[in-house]
Design a protein. Structure first.
Length: 255
């Protein structure tokens, strides 16, 4: 069945049931794995998958807003090991504090990006609880509205605990929340790519002397990314060029 028809495990389970053979889908999947037939490309000698990847395209502003959280280590006052070095007295003092049970914790970067315009909004918050994510989403809606995106149709998230909470479900309304397939971050690829840009062009591009300094820099980064940084989706123009409402009094580019 697998070689001839290239059926999935669910389809094989269904066809066998019609013939009076009862077997679970998980068992079929396990057998296919043992036979080396679990991947579609393993069936065809040329390695063809026989599937065409489908692009996730937002047809208009507000059609899909992708939301995610990136966790980063909190920077101690005076700078961390990137400033002083890993074997510095400051770094050793931090390690001793960790052994005593004292940890500086993390900062959670909540981000929302519109799939059509690529306008992005990011805040540095203390946790990733449902109430925190819901509050961020409300502020993100207000920010998008100031750029002409007054109606959000769909909010795409992963399956984190904060995105499964009841308080967030209320904050999403009247939009529809779409949680991606578990362990498939590419389905939320626009915000995942934005997180990578955030890391490469902001978080680790320079050394920070304190968490407050980085938080202040994040405000400028939001302006730089939306109003100055060229984006491939808009032929080298910044995301704000695709917004329906122009925003005045924008600061100079982030440096």
């Amino acid at each position: 069945m697998r070689r001839e028809h290239k059926w999935s495990a669910s389809r094989i389970e269904f066809e066998l049931a019609l013939e009076g053979i009862t077997i679970s889908r998980r068992t079929v999947s396990r057998i296919l794995f043992q036979l080396g037939l679990n991947r579609r490309r393993f069936i065809d000698p040329s390695g063809e998958s026989n599937r065409e990847p489908q692009a996730i395209v937002a047809e208009r502003p507000g059609h899909m807003v992708h939301v995610d959280v990136k966790k980063v280590g909190r920077i101690p006052d005076g700078g961390g090991w990137r400033v002083h070095g890993r074997d510095s007295p400051e770094a050793r003092a931090v390690e001793r504090a960790k052994k005593r049970g004292t940890r500086r914790g993390y900062v959670y970067l909540h981000s929302a990006i519109d799939g059509h315009t690529r306008l992005a909004y990011t805040e540095a918050l203390d946790n990733e609880k449902g109430a925190t994510a819901a509050g961020f989403l409300e502020r993100a809606k207000t920010w998008f509205a100031s750029h002409g995106i007054t109606t959000i149709e769909r909010i795409v998230t992963d399956n984190g605990a904060c995105y499964r909470s009841k308080v967030l479900a209320k904050a999403v309304l009247p939009a529809r929340q779409q949680r991606i397939t578990p362990y498939t971050p590419r389905h939320n690829g626009k915000v995942e790519r934005y997180n990578r840009i955030l890391a490469e062009e902001f978080l680790y591009v320079r050394t920070w002397q304190s968490e407050q300094e980085r938080a202040d820099g994040l405000v400028l980064w939001n302006l730089h990314y939306n109003y100055h940084r060229p984006h491939g989706a808009h032929d080298g123009q910044p995301p704000a060029s695709a917004a329906t409402v122009a925003v005045n009094n924008v600061l100079a580019s982030y440096t």
